[in-house]
Design a protein around this ligand. Structure first.
Ligand SMILES: C[S@@+](CC[C@H](N)C(=O)[O-])C[C@H]1O[C@@H](n2cnc3c(N)ncnc32)[C@H](O)[C@@H]1O
Length: 242
């Protein structure tokens, strides 16, 4: 599959805010790899978490699946039998491409895709749930209810893999991490205009929280163990075990 280069914001645009539309879906694999530090490492380790936690006769969920990268990563790690992976996204453009993407890659686990809102999607019999850079796009007042719904649908011993962009209480730390992230984007070929246009378009669309906000909420929901297992600047990945 040919990877299209993300140059969506290379020219001045009057588009006000970011959305997962057809244009974004076309360039998404390039966009996320050049914009999110640690993304590839998270996918590689998603397979390892799947090998460790997924048990026979259970379901796995990829919530906000985009083009299905996390579903394919889970599938490559699963050794249990009779497992189904369910991918959900509310962007029709993403899901259309996701179908092609999933078909183009070899995978041994059944993957079903649904167009829908993850906020009220039923979760059942789950041994693994992935929220890979998706919770940050959900309205803040809805985040706890979404995580509670996931927790309710998980089997004891199952794992939630939650990756997010975060912010920091200290303004100095916050600015440092933003600067380091922008340097990462420059090194990946994005111009100052691309970086600043994307930043203002994501304002109020991607709302980050602190690591402490995340861990406190996971604890209050009832997860028995939770850790941040990866951090690169202001991008982290956590696991939480029911
Ligand atoms: C940053 S992308 C996720 C990347 C993907 N998980 C991966 O591993 O490559 C966020 C995705 O969440 C989807 N999304 C955002 N809000 C959603 C919602 N309320 N319900 C379902 N999908 C949602 C977007 O359409 C987008 O495809």
């Amino acid at each position: 599959m040919i990877k299209k280069i993300d140059n969506l914001y290379a020219q001045a645009t009057d588009k006000q805010s970011f959305s997962f539309d057809g244009q974004v879906a076309q360039v998404f694999p390039d966009m996320i790899q050049r914009s999110v530090p640690g993304y590839n490492q998270i996918l590689q380790n998603t397979a390892k978490f799947a090998e460790h936690f997924v048990t026979d006769n259970s379901n796995c969920y990829d919530l906000g699946c985009s083009l299905g990268a996390s579903s394919l990563a889970m599938s490559s790690g699963i050794t249990a039998s009779n497992v189904k992976i369910i991918g959900v996204d509310n962007s029709a453009a993403m899901l259309e491409r996701c179908h092609h993407h999933i078909d183009a890659f070899k995978h041994s686990t059944t993957i079903e895709l649904y167009e829908g809102d993850i906020v009220d999607f039923p979760i059942e019999n789950a041994t693994m749930v992935v929220l890979n850079f998706t919770l940050q796009f959900i309205a803040q007042p809805q985040r706890k209810a979404l995580l509670e719904n996931i927790y309710k649908g998980m089997k004891p011993g199952g794992v939630l893999l939650l990756s997010e962009k975060i912010c920091f209480d200290s303004a100095l730390d916050n600015q440092l991490m933003i600067d380091l992230h922008h340097q990462f984007k420059r090194e990946n070929g994005y111009s100052e205009l691309e970086i600043s246009q994307k930043r203002s378009m994501l304002e109020n669309v991607l709302v980050p929280e602190t690591l402490d906000d995340h861990l406190t909420r996971l604890k209050s929901i009832g997860f028995s163990r939770y850790q941040c297992w990866l951090q690169q600047y202001n991008f982290i990945s956590m696991y939480a075990v029911k």
